[in-house]
Design a protein around this ligand. Structure first.
Ligand SMILES: [Zn+2]
Length: 283
């Protein structure tokens, strides 16, 4: 069975997962997607409505090596559609990851990237009770049961993405120290394709600042960028993280391969269909 899946995946890899360029001119409505994805019933992002959630009794998420400094240096890249940071192992060579809650496997942290708006618009992907925040950070984890990203893309349990909503303020009540180390470098990424490295030692759990990680919405969804495969367990933290506007505004100066500004890089909200959104509150 596993062999059959692998064979299928390597065929799919050759045909579907070749990354074609895309942009956010129509927030994803014009992306060329495979027909099963286009008609998919588990697409992301979604509008989360607190009146329609189901309370979850699942255990908490467990964060593995999130408290240890990453060995680095970490590569930070202007991909033309986002600013993406690739994680390294921690200093003893093991990888940061998550498990627990409803997850049946360990998921390894691979990369994180941002979605943002512009001077005059907000750019988070998920909305909560109709509110769209200024930006959204996605921490992407791959199921360790699959050796390649393409293999994970073929599987409904391929990825876990943690979504942290961002609110731009003049002075955050609690400075997100870890995130600031990264945001300070965004101004180095203005040109399409540029890469910078983050040298200061950073621990994954510094990214959360004062976000309570045992309280979250969760649902089954998709990647929000092509190929938009339905391979993601989403965990969305309800409280937005305050970040300095002086940092967030650097994103608005990033350029794509046509020298156009990368702004409002969010996909339009997708139909929830008959999916259940769970909410785990602190117990
Ligand atoms: Zn994303």
């Amino acid at each position: 069975m596993v062999k059959a899946i692998r064979k299928f995946c390597s065929a799919v890899e050759r045909t579907c997962f070749v990354q074609k360029p895309f942009n956010y001119d129509h927030h994803g409505d014009d992306w060329e997607l495979a027909s099963d994805v286009r008609c998919g019933k588990q697409q992301s992002p979604i509008a989360i409505n607190r009146k329609k959630i189901c309370l979850s009794k699942a255990s908490k998420l467990h964060f593995l090596n999130y408290h240890k400094p990453l060995a680095g240096p970490l590569k930070f890249h202007n991909t033309g559609t986002t600013a993406k940071l690739y994680f390294s192992a921690v200093e003893d060579g093991t990888l940061p990851g998550i498990c627990g809650c409803v997850l049946e496997s360990v998921y390894q942290a691979v990369q994180m990237h941002f979605h943002w708006g512009s001077e005059s618009s907000k750019g988070a992907e998920h909305t909560i009770d109709g509110v769209r925040h200024d930006g959204e950070l996605h921490i992407v984890h791959k199921n360790c049961a699959y050796s390649t990203k393409s293999e994970a893309m073929c599987s409904p349990d391929g990825f876990v993405v943690l979504a942290i909503l961002l609110r731009a303020v003049t002075k955050p009540k609690v400075e997100p120290v870890g995130l600031n180390k990264i945001l300070q470098q965004v101004k180095q990424l203005q040109e399409f394709g540029s890469i910078t490295t983050i040298k200061p030692q950073m621990k994954m759990n510094e990214l959360f600042a004062n976000i309570k990680t045992d309280e979250f919405f969760s649902y089954k969804g998709s990647l929000t960028t092509p190929p938009c495969v339905e391979a993601v367990n989403w965990f969305v933290f309800p409280k937005a993280l305050e970040v300095g506007k002086k940092y967030l505004r650097h994103f608005w100066c990033l350029q794509d391969s046509y020298d156009k500004l990368v702004i409002n890089n969010y996909r339009n909200l997708q139909d929830i269909h008959d999916r259940t959104v769970y909410f785990r509150s602190m117990m």
